[in-house]
Design a protein around this ligand. Structure first.
Ligand code: 13P
Ligand code: SF4
Length: 336
């Protein structure tokens, strides 16, 4: 059970004050009415603020959100995550309106990999087969052979043609973990998630002294030093499965702080302890946290900002995303 001491300590990781209940109720009512009027679906990533997670139709990881975007029948997709995620939804639904609360919600991995630089590297080896983490721009997706997420990267690399030289972009840490898992050598782009690399061996060791029996669950965007200490390394959605199945009553979590809300909802009674980060008070992704319930309301009321992409980019970026979805669902079917 979560006692008051736990709640106070965990509250240290939350940097903004909750909305007053009357404001929360009024905004939530308006958002639901707008959703009905627009025939919209609200998709939210596991790192979104609690009030957005609570009002969304679907909350999940990048893979789950892509699957939802691929199959939705709604006319308007409201994407609460970062910009590349909303772009992916648009690529899969070129004829639908895709809106997002804040168009400046970027990603350090996306920034690390401009399309022109990737193209220049690809030109050095015509035998490269480019496996691209979904955390990138639509232009980079358009240059890729296949897309992957943290939830399916191992399957995607295992399915890659054996005779090709693999180039993995843009997350070096995820790529290194996938190499360990698959035994497949890859050339790695030097990108990193600025938030996940803040977790350190020292931070884990410190919190482990307090909770020696608690297993550590880490995202594969963490550095090797942290991954080596982890009992489980997985995507945010697989964290939910692991924590549900685990007999442990307290679990250490090395990923963005928004995950704790989702885990508490899915596993009531268990205690989730965010691994402390060294250089800042809180392990939040500043991009994910640009979205607020007010901005969600305003984007639905004004149908803006919208994701707009060139048709040729949509066409070329769609193929590697669809390849990923195909390989991923085949692998699921084969697993029974
Ligand atoms: P997941 O797909 O595991 O949710 O990861 C997305 C992400 O941006 C992690 O930083
Ligand atoms: Fe990008 Fe890192 Fe934020 Fe995920 S947590 S969206 S990888 S900056």
């Amino acid at each position: 059970m979560i006692d008051m001491t736990d709640a106070r300590r965990d509250a240290d990781f939350v940097t903004r004050a909750p909305l007053p209940p009357e404001r929360l109720d009024a905004l939530s009512r308006d958002i639901l009415a707008l959703k009905h009027r627009l025939n919209a679906v609200i998709l939210a990533h596991n790192y979104q603020v609690p009030e957005i997670q609570d009002i969304a139709d679907f909350v999940g990881d990048s893979l789950g959100l892509s699957r939802q975007a691929a199959k939705t029948e709604a006319e308007v997709i409201v994407f609460c995550g970062v910009h590349f995620m909303a772009e992916t939804a648009k690529i899969l639904n070129p004829d639908k309106t895709v809106i997002l609360p804040d168009k400046d919600a970027g990603c350090s991995l996306e920034e690390s990999c401009p399309a022109a630089k990737l193209q220049a590297l690809q030109a050095t080896n015509p035998n490269f087969y480019t496996v691209t983490y979904i955390n990138c721009s639509a232009e980079v997706k358009a240059l890729s052979d296949v897309i992957c997420t943290s939830g399916n990267a191992v399957k995607i690399v295992n399915a890659a043609p054996k005779e090709r030289d693999l180039l993995f972009v843009p997350d070096e840490n995820l790529g290194a973990w996938v190499m360990e898992q698959t035994g497949r050598k890859m050339t790695l782009w030097r990108g990193a998630c600025y938030a996940h690399v803040e977790f350190t061996h020292a931070g884990v060791t410190r919190i482990r002294r307090e909770f020696p029996a608690a297993p550590l669950v880490a995202h594969p965007e963490c550095t090797r030093a942290v991954r080596l200490l982890a009992d489980e390394i997985c995507s945010t959605e697989k964290m939910v499965d692991y924590c549900r199945r685990s007999a442990a009553q307290a679990i250490l979590i090395a990923t963005e702080a928004g995950m704790i809300h989702r885990l508490r909802k899915e596993c009531p009674g268990k205690r989730f302890i965010p691994v402390p980060v060294e250089n800042c008070r809180c392990n939040e992704c500043k991009f994910m946290k640009m979205n607020t319930l007010e901005k969600l309301h305003d984007c639905m009321a004004g149908l803006s900002p919208r994701v707009e992409l060139r048709p040729d980019i949509i066409e070329r970026a769609r193929q590697p995303i669809e390849r990923m979805l195909r390989i991923s669902s085949q692998a699921m079917a084969n697993a029974g």
